[in-house]
Design a protein around this ligand. Sequence first.
Ligand code: SAH
Length: 359
Amino acid sequence: MQELSERLKSLQLNSMTLDEITELTEFFSQPKYRAKQLFSWLSKGTMPMDMLNLPMAFRKELDAIPFGKVSIYAKRKSMKDDTVKYLFELGDGNIVEGVLMRYSYGNTLCLSTQVGCRMGCAFCASTLEGCVRSLTSGEMLQTVNTVEADNPAPEGKRCVTNIVLMGSGEPLDNYDNVVRFLHLITCPDGFNMSSRNISLSTCGLADRIYTFVEDAPHVTLSISLHAPNDELRSSIMPINKKYPIASVLEAAKYYANITKRRVIFEYALISGKNDDIVSIRELAHRLRGINCHVNLIPLNKVVERKLFGTSRADAYKVQQQLEDLHISATVRREMGADIDGACGQLRRRAIKEKDREET
Ligand code: SAH
């Protein structure tokens, strides 16, 4: 049992898989059936002392194990479309954001995987102060459960029906925790979300995409492309110097072939940079032959960098141009624009306000 106690030191209780929880219950000399009871509580976000069908002595032992805690620090609801933007406080006081978006088919939670980000994309607010740390899988699971508790659904139903790993952070730069989280959230004995209802968005760490196919449940892969050639992409996304477009597209093709699922390319339309017909033709040419869909997003402006979004009217023209070139495309619905809905914006504002109060 040496091995288990070593592992326990580095794993929070709510990051453990059912197999690890089974080992844990054996370690505490509990009957086997307790493992599923405990795992079921954890998948609902319950803290040990509230696990009512477990003996008090066992609850106390569990309570001494680190737990990925998450609470609501602030929230804002859009007056326009019911989108809720959350700021979550982690056990160590760090703050991350999440967004709950309501659609006709269900509710999608956009989750953060890191506090900040170290990818350095020129247009993204999440990366401005670098990456403070990665979230654990328990913290990601607890974020989902915190939103569930804040939006009680009718008996037998869930509020969060879909998840997108598209908040702050680069999910494939927090590989082990993200893979573990995907196993936890899809586990039939736990939260039991279908992998079909989950998307992961990456800036294109090509080599990790190959291992991800093997290691994780087959979720929808979104790739932030944003440019049709290496020159432009490298100027706005430093990661492109390490993984040029050709390597990213090759990995995307592989993912689509193995999983038999369409890969989504995100393309933020930046006025005068990547939204002209020459760029769009180049994009269509490069994507030909890949089972994919393009999600067009008018850029949320970044005044400091003089980057401005294409108008929605022009975004629809780009969509038509892509469709004419036989590439399926849509313009992303604008949600929560009145509540700093975009990546990193609300967290930065809250941290600035917090700093102002403290000084
Ligand atoms: N690191 C991951 C996921 C987080 S970013 C990734 O790069 O995909 C989530 C999405 O928001 C990405 O597509 C990112 O490129 C986009 N994004 C960031 N800042 C933006 C902005 N100012 N306007 C529009 N989209 C933005």
